[in-house]
Ligand binder design. Structure first.
Ligand SMILES: Cc1cc2nc3c(=O)[nH]c(=O)nc-3n(C[C@H](O)[C@H](O)[C@H](O)COP(=O)(O)O)c2cc1C
Length: 222
């Protein structure tokens, strides 16, 4: 693995006795604090994994801007830009949790208080969430499915941009992504659908190894 680093972003170490660990994925890990080098795009593509456990800090302004801009290079038939995104952070995560709880109460006959509390806390699993919304546009040649696929590609781009910058990320959906109450509460219009909740933050715990799949098992000459 190529461990050369093109550019090291200057960082403030959270505490003086933190040690820097160079990991195989090309990241520098500082205990629970991740920073990044400019990772080769192929390296990022081959090594990206989700980070299910996330904590503070969330991406800073510059890193977040890079993540957001990465969405715009998604494949997009007809350049319709059939997507928009909501950023949910700080107290807004609690409002999203309340919306999740409301949606659950409206559709589930019996929910224990314990379950409801755990649903409310779901958005607190990361310091920042980007909600990808597919914005379907009526078009004679470009069906809705293609527009949803473009929104999914945008989300994948953001996953990769996060990983390449040492930010943990996880794409989640679940019942809340398909709830009309959640959609309405977020201000979605009729032609809009939630594609995913992209949870972003500092990866906690060990990073899982990338999937090791064989090209020959999935690609055959025809
Ligand atoms: C559209 C979509 C929705 C997903 N929703 C969830 C989810 O709600 N919960 C979950 O644990 N994983 C969900 N995943 C899967 C994870 O994001 C992740 O890709 C998977 O755990 C495999 O891990 P990896 O990304 O590290 O390979 C979803 C993936 C996609 C593409």
């Amino acid at each position: 693995m190529n461990l050369s680093f093109k550019k090291l972003k200057s960082i403030d170490l959270p505490c003086s006795n933190d040690t820097l660990v160079f990991s195989l994925s090309g990241k520098i890990q500082c205990q629970n604090y991740w920073t990044y080098t400019e990772m080769n795009v192929i390296e990022a593509l081959h090594n990206r994994v989700s980070a299910p456990r996330l904590g503070d800090p969330g991406p800073d302004k510059e890193v977040l801007e890079n993540i957001c801009k990465s969405a715009f290079s998604a494949a997009d038939h007809g350049l319709l830009k059939p997507w928009r995104f909501l950023i949910v952070k700080d107290q807004a995560r609690c409002r999203l949790g309340d919306l999740f709880a409301q949606a659950t109460l409206e559709t589930t006959a019996e929910v224990s208080q314990e379950k409801l509390e755990s649903i409310k806390k779901k958005p607190l699993r990361a310091p920042l969430i980007i909600i990808t919304i597919a914005k379907h546009i009526s078009h004679p040649k470009i069906p809705e499915i293609e527009q949803s696929l473009s929104a999914a590609a945008a989300t994948q781009n953001m996953l990769l941009a996060a990983f390449a910058q040492g930010i943990g990320a996880m794409w989640r959906t679940g019942a809340m992504a398909y709830s009309s109450t959640v959609s309405a509460g977020l201000g979605l219009e009729k032609h809009e659908k939630i594609v995913g909740f992209l949870y972003l933050g500092a990866s906690q715990g060990p990073q899982k190894p990338p999937r090791e799949l064989s090209v020959d098992d999935f690609f055959q000459e025809w």
